[in-house]
Design a protein around this ligand. Structure first.
Ligand SMILES: Cc1cc2nc3c(=O)[nH]c(=O)nc-3n(C[C@H](O)[C@H](O)[C@H](O)COP(=O)(O)OP(=O)(O)OC[C@H]3O[C@@H](n4cnc5c(N)ncnc54)[C@H](O)[C@@H]3O)c2cc1C
Length: 446
């Protein structure tokens, strides 16, 4: 046994799962990627995280950090390396009742957070799915059902505890290590393992949530009208449009506009939502008042063998008409990918550009194309997808890291514009000069 492994076995109090072990099959892969790591470590304490990081560094093995395990590029596992699986660090604790400050373990899921906060009438702007991890979603954004009112998940982080590549524990907040605090709000898992996040939660009532469906033939006008309306809609209203759905009827699939109105006053909700109902011929409407936690989907694992190719980009005000025109044309073809468009603006756009490493504050919309199926099917669809993106590229800006299944140099450049990248690289050099945390949209130490 190597001395690094001996030290790990001595210092590590959590589970060490290795090939042949009882839990290995379920622990080796993440949700969307299979893997054959040599060691899956499940820390129970911050000391375990330190021991795990030191082990990976000393052993010279590739390191994957797994929060909720939902990352699309599959960075939550690897072959032959170490996985630090944070799922046992999932405590959710209200640490300041007056300020609604909540301390959340780096391996918690948003479902665990919702379950803990609902009895207190609190919520945090996050995503749309319970099984997604707090760690991965927050470190590069967090676009969910309260984003226009309360900003991205990362906009609500007040402080974090981080284990750096050297195994040291560092605190990051506006007052302590502010450059690290800037970097972890947008720069992903490049700088260390976040063992706890302190979030500012907000009181929540039940919310009006559901979808309005429109005839496929009206897709182009509905989607342009939707984007126009959201420019002046109250910020309590957050909305997502499922413009194309190859799994739900292809070109004949209805356009589905999901809305979440953050409030329980029926009159205010109707005033905010009715302009959407008037966008075209409504073929379905299931909007109802419900607990905020119930708006989050469970997130069932996909059938084995299904792969996902996701690309995303942002559109600012000037390019919205052009982008939506192209997407509406694409949705009418038999070979359209799934297309989802999320409204932004509101609180997201009011945060100063340089206060976090998230670099897409001015976008009105973020959209994602998804091809899914067995690998050969997704591969065969690639040329058609490339052609769609060639049309879109002149009009769009950047990429949303959480909805990318690849991590090429081009992707990294789209996520981090040059100035942001170079500031991140300086932080990386300080906290991870050897690039131990490389399985992510990677920032190389300057
Ligand atoms: C079904 C589904 C629904 C989704 N819905 C939304 C949505 O509504 N809004 C949205 O914005 N995104 C959404 N996403 C995208 C999601 O935010 C990303 O996939 C995210 O990376 C998932 O985080 P995770 O912790 O579950 O994944 P993981 O694969 O565990 O983590 C992804 C990466 O984040 C880093 N990481 C995770 N935790 C930590 C930590 N504690 N410390 C340091 N690094 C860490 C690591 O680099 C890791 O490789 C969704 C994804 C899926 C699959």
């Amino acid at each position: 046994m190597s001395s690094a492994l001996e030290t790990l076995r001595r210092d590590f109090g959590g589970g060490i799962i290795e090939p042949g072990g009882a839990e290995y099959e379920s622990a080796s892969g993440s949700l969307l990627a299979a893997g054959n790591p040599a060691h899956v470590l499940r820390p129970q304490s911050i000391g375990d995280v330190q021991a795990g990081v030191r082990f990976a560094a000393r052993a010279g093995l590739p390191l994957s950090v797994r929060g909720g395990g939902h990352g699309f590029p599959g960075f939550g596992t690897n072959d032959g390396g170490v996985v630090i699986d944070l799922s046992k660090l999932a405590n959710v604790e209200i640490i300041d009742k007056e300020r609604h400050l909540v301390r959340i373990g780096g391996g918690a899921t948003w479902g665990q957070v919702a379950a803990a906060l609902t009895p207190h009438g609190l919520a945090i702007s996050s995503g749309d799915t319970k099984s997604v991890g707090v760690g991965g979603l927050t470190l590069t954004g967090g676009i969910g059902w309260k984003v226009r009112k309360y900003g991205l998940a990362l906009d609500n982080v007040a402080a974090a505890e981080v284990v750096t590549a050297g195994g040291e524990v560092v605190h990051a907040s506006a007052g302590e290590n502010p450059e690290l605090f800037w970097a972890i709000r947008g720069g992903g898992g490049n700088f260390g393992i976040v063992t706890t996040f302190d979030f500012a939660a907000h009181p929540t009532t039940d919310v009006f949530y559901g979808k309005v469906a429109f005839a496929a033939s009206e897709a182009a006008t509905v989607i342009q009208g939707w984007a126009d309306y959201l420019r002046t809609a109250p910020e309590e209203l957050t909305s997502t449009a499922n413009l194309a759905n190859p799994f739900g009827g292809g070109p004949e699939a209805p356009v589905e506009i999901y809305v979440a109105f953050d409030g329980d006053d029926p009159e205010l909700a109707a005033r905010a939502i009715d302009p959407i109902r008037r966008l075209g011929t409504v073929t379905g409407d299931d909007i109802a008042l419900q607990p905020y936690a119930d708006t989050l989907a469970d997130g069932t694992p996909p059938p084995p063998g299904l792969v996902f190719a996701l690309r995303s980009a942002f559109a600012d005000r000037e390019s919205v008409p052009e982008v939506l025109q192209i997407l509406a044309e694409v949705r009418a073809s038999e070979r359209s990918p799934f297309i989802a468009i999320r409204s932004l603006g509101g609180a997201v756009s009011r945060v100063p550009d340089d206060s976090t490493a998230y670099a897409h504050r001015h976008a009105e919309l973020m959209f994602v194309t998804t091809s899914a199926g067995p690998k050969p099917v997704v591969e065969a669809a690639r040329p058609a997808l490339e052609a769609i993106w060639e049309r879109l590229t002149p009009h769009v800006d950047g990429a949303y890291a959480n909805f990318l299944s690849s991590a090429t140099e081009e992707d990294v450049a789209a996520v981090y514009p040059t100035q942001v990248y170079s500031r991140l690289a300086a932080v990386k050099r300080r906290y991870d000069p050897g690039n131990l945390f490389a399985r992510n949209h990677n920032v190389r130490p300057r």
